[in-house]
Design a protein around this ligand. Structure first.
Ligand code: HQG
Length: 179
């Protein structure tokens, strides 16, 4: 499978598993899982295609598991806009985390902090390279903000880490941002 096809399939799987299962007549369980066979039917893709995306996806966006009766299931590791509960457990964060965004958003971020928009959480990266790549998806110059995660944790903010290593929190007030 070439990279272009891989990205296209990954985006379709993300759409179905994070944002618009209805559009594919899929029903996610409360933790976001669906049967692999249901997803294959809904997206009209083969098992080999699905396995290739799960294995090679650049951000390891998808997880497979077997439920207790042996049925294989799949879900997105993070990034949902539909109401599911990933069951993540709060963890102490590293001292600093990073957020890549566009220069155009800075005035608003300075005034009100980071908000989760349509997703469940604000997404933060453990390193600046990853944050830069996230910010580069936006038009305009990329800016990488440093988040004083240790101070946030001391003040009682909860942090979570998705199975693919993205740090998540509800909101980042401006006081904790180094812009
Ligand atoms: C911005 C991708 C103005 C925020 C990535 C971001 C990530 C504000 C945008 C994951 C703001 C939301 C998440 C404020 C936040 N004023 N703009 N007060 N607060 N913003 O896509 O972090 O490919 O929901 O900076 O790699 O860009 O989907 O969040 O630019 O991991 O797997 O509002 O999505 O992963 O955009 O990206 P998003 P994000 P996937």
């Amino acid at each position: 499978m070439n990279d272009k096809v891989l990205v296209k399939l990954s985006k379709r799987m993300s759409l179905a598993l994070r944002h618009a299962p209805d559009r594919f007549d899929l029903e996610l369980d409360p933790a976001g899982w669906v049967r692999v066979t249901d997803l294959l039917d809904a997206l009209r893709i083969t098992r080999l295609q699905l396995d290739t995306v799960v294995k090679r996806d650049s951000k390891q966006r998808f997880a497979l598991r077997r439920d207790p009766d042996g049925t294989e299931q799949i879900r997105a590791n993070q990034g949902h806009s539909v109401p599911i509960d990933l069951g993540l457990v709060a963890l102490p964060p590293p001292e600093r985390l990073y957020h890549g965004t566009s220069a155009a958003a800075l005035d608003s971020i300075r005034a009100t902090g980071l908000h989760r928009a349509r997703r469940h959480h604000v997404h933060l990266s453990a390193d600046t390279d990853t944050a830069r790549r996230v910010g580069a998806r936006r038009a305009g110059g990329v800016v990488v903000l440093t988040v004083d995660a240790a101070a946030m944790a001391r003040a009682g903010h909860q942090f979570y880490r998705s199975a693919n290593g993205v740090w998540l929190t509800d909101t980042v007030p401006p006081d904790y941002l180094d812009i």
